[in-house]
Design a binder for this molecule. Structure first.
Ligand code: ZN
Length: 71
């Protein structure tokens, strides 16, 4: 009789996860994670939107430094 039931399911904790590029949440790398490497559609859309706005920014353009959260 097994004393540790989790030992019967070794794949549970060894499933590969990736950090969501937007919020850093661990996302299981499985077919069930439709938005991987993002944790959700929201994070994917937000991140893609941020990337798009970054690409649209013209280097050398003198914009007023109004956003202080410029990582
Ligand atoms: Zn996320």
């Amino acid at each position: 009789m097994p004393r540790h039931p989790e030992a019967a399911m070794p794949a549970t904790k060894s499933a590969a996860t990736v950090p969501c590029p937007h919020c850093g949440k661990a996302v299981p790398w499985t077919a069930a994670s439709l938005f991987r490497p993002f944790c959700s559609e929201r994070c994917r859309l937000i991140d893609l939107g941020a990337w798009a706005s970054e690409s649209h920014r013209i280097p050398g353009e003198n914009l007023p430094p109004d956003d202080e959260d410029n990582y």
